[in-house]
Ligand binder design. Structure first.
Ligand code: GCW
Length: 615
């Protein structure tokens, strides 16, 4: 009897261990304990590479070799059963590549491949849809942080900004810095550096200076001392990320100083330790109040180009507005030539159905790289979608966006399909019947989202503040116009759309010549950005001869049909390929997504129809 109970217990425990709750991400290798790893080099990073291979590699022998003749980056070479790299992080990346079955030479396109966490010190996450922050101050779950580090290392991410850009000054106090050090110590062997977002007014807010004026000596001194303290605890600390004079955050503008004055003061404090400042260009409503919001970043930063220290990088969102499902690229990337640029992508789906909708973002990011060459960029940052939810990202398919971000940060030439295929095989099964269908489904998911949320270049018609559902009639007189949907679509009985051509705000002129010409002319402007750049009569003839109003109805309807296809495919055809829990959780969310897509279509067409059918 006793024995039966005991074995029952073992059996259920084993089943519980195998429960497919998504926590293992794309790292579901089974231990085979077969490989013998030979290496003369040693470091904590190499030990991790060795352990991964010895546990999970299904081959006999692997040699890990540091090779000083290789290019000085995080790349690696896998030849036969030997992995060579210049740096030990390269050996770790090579080990994960080998586990994925990849061979040959591989070098990262960007040296800075960073996650930006918008995590607050109280555990909440701004625009986070997967539970609370994994960075639990003063009660760190070290194993969770280690799992996080391993997942990042497996896709080549090499930096984490731990806290929200709307930063609390408290992060720079000694007790918090000691906690940051603990996290840095866990991340380091995985090749990941720690960075912090800082509040520009920190010294003043903490009561240690009377002002935060960047040209004030006591302020600069405070930052120098703070840098010293940080580097004593964390010798390889990466640097600061700064949101200044934006959406109510303090900044140098509060003292009539420029962004360059502010960034340079911080850069000087970090310089002796090789730290960098990533200064965000997401600014509007301050110095250029009243100007078309999509123009304000260029207006603000272009005159400062060339005035920044060499350890300052300007970090700009991919589009000029705010992480909409489809935006043209930000013209900053055409205009800022003397200062290094970084692009900020958003992995967390603030305006793309959050963790309720299946939207694979790689096609959107690839679209950005169609216009902005990676060679123009020094680095890439992704606003993370990670939280304490058991499956990390809230939606099993949102994990694909974390994965895709890392893979594109390493190699932006990879196709979104290739990445989806890799991820599906690692995360679910390599059964072709599943993988082929799901690749198609993932690839169409972003276009579906654009169609049911913002067809033909409509934008910012999201519900106020939480940005989840539709609110095309949104207007609250006491809010800045730039937060009101009606300001962006400007629908009336004649027309709809925002004229950003030379007859309007002339935002098109901020682009390089060929692109400016293309967007400016209604005939050559891509139809999927038509209402972004042009004000168009409802009766306007589209390229296929239908009217604008007919096309708008068609697009909304098609968006819904695409989600129906996604939902139907998963519901009726994928069940046999996926474990019960993950199948059910995705199925429930797809049902919600379909309902939401219908709501978007109905609310928007009802609203716009009031105008469109008036002629
Ligand atoms: O997208 C908007 C978000 C804010 C965010 C801001 C920014 C962190 O709605 O929540 O604040 O952009 O990027 O600074």
């Amino acid at each position: 009897m006793k024995r039966i109970v005991w074995s029952f217990f073992i059996l259920t425990a084993a089943m519980a261990l195998q429960a497919e709750d998504g926590h293992q991400l794309w790292l579901r290798y089974q231990p085979v304990n077969k490989a013998k790893v030979v290496t003369e080099a040693s470091s904590p990073t190499i030990s991790i590479a060795k352990q991964e291979l010895e546990t999970y590699y299904n081959g006999e022998n692997v040699t890990l070799k540091l090779d000083a003749t290789m290019p000085d980056d995080d790349g690696y070479r896998i030849e036969g059963s030997t992995i060579s790299a210049r740096r030990d992080a390269g050996l770790l990346y090579g080990a994960f590549a080998l586990l994925r079955g990849q061979y040959g030479d591989s070098h990262p396109t960007f040296n800075l491949r960073l996650l930006n966490h918008w995590d607050n010190l109280d555990g909440s996450i701004e625009r986070g849809y997967a539970g609370e922050s994994i960075f639990e101050w003063f009660k760190l779950d070290e194993q969770l942080i280690r799992d996080y580090a391993r997942a990042n290392a497996s896709i080549g991410i090499n930096g984490s900004v731990l806290n929200n850009v709307n930063a609390s000054p408290k992060i720079l106090t000694t007790p918090y810095l000691k906690e940051v050090k603990k996290i840095a110590d866990i991340l380091r062997p995985y090749g990941i550096k720690v960075y912090l977002s800082i509040n520009f007014a920190s010294p003043m807010a903490l009561g240690e200076t009377k002002t935060a004026d960047p040209l004030n000596k006591s302020v600069a001194k405070w930052w120098q001392k703070k840098a010293k303290e940080i580097y004593k605890l964390i010798p390889d600390f990466g640097g600061f990320l700064v949101k200044a004079n934006s959406e109510g955050q303090p900044g140098p503008g509060d003292y009539n100083r420029t962004h360059a004055d502010g960034a340079n003061m911080l850069a000087d404090a970090l310089k002796p330790f090789n730290g960098i400042v990533m200064w965000r260009c997401f600014v509007y409503g301050a110095n250029h109040k009243g100007e078309d919001r999509v123009k304000q970043a260029v207006s603000e930063f272009k005159p400062l180009d060339g005035l920044f220290r060499d350890n300052v990088i300007l970090q700009t969102k991919n589009g000029p507005l705010d992480f909409q499902p489809r935006e043209p690229y930000s013209p900053i990337f055409d205009q800022i030539k003397k200062t290094p640029n970084m692009v900020e992508l958003q992995i967390t789906q603030e305006y793309l159905g959050q963790s309720r909708h299946l939207v694979y973002l790689a096609p959107m990011w690839k679209e950005f790289f169609d216009y902005v060459s990676p060679s123009q960029l020094k680095g890439i940052a992704g606003v993370a979608n990670i939280g304490k939810d058991r499956n990390w990202c809230g939606h099993h398919f949102s994990q694909a966006n974390w994965y895709a971000f890392g893979r594109l940060a390493w190699n932006p030439d990879l196709s979104s399909n290739t990445i989806a295929e890799e991820w599906l095989e690692l995360t679910f099964t390599n059964d072709k019947r599943f993988v082929d269908s799901m690749m198609r489904l993932m690839e169409m998911s972003r276009e579906a989202c654009v169609k049911y949320m913002m067809p033909l270049g409509l934008h910012h018609i999201f519900k106020f503040d939480h940005h989840y559902g539709p609110e095309p009639d949104g207007f609250i007189a006491s809010y800045p116009l730039e937060w009101c949907p009606v300001y962006y679509h400007k629908a009336n009985n004649d027309s709809i759309g925002f004229d950003r051509s030379h007859t309007g705000t002339n935002a098109t002129s901020q682009y390089r010549k060929d692109i400016a010409d293309m967007y400016d002319n209604i005939e050559t402007c891509p139809e999927d950005l038509l209402l972004w750049f042009h004000r168009v009569p409802w009766t306007y003839k589209m390229k296929d001869g239908s009217t604008l109003w007919e096309s708008l109805q068609f697009e909304y309807q098609l968006g819904v049909i695409m989600v129906e296809t996604m939902q139907t495919t998963w519901h009726y055809k994928m069940r046999n390929f996926v474990d019960e829990q993950r199948w059910r959780e995705v199925d429930e969310r797809l049902a919600d997504q379909l309902q939401n897509a219908r709501e978007w279509r109905d609310v928007c067409l009802n609203y716009f129809g009031q105008f469109a059918t008036k002629q």
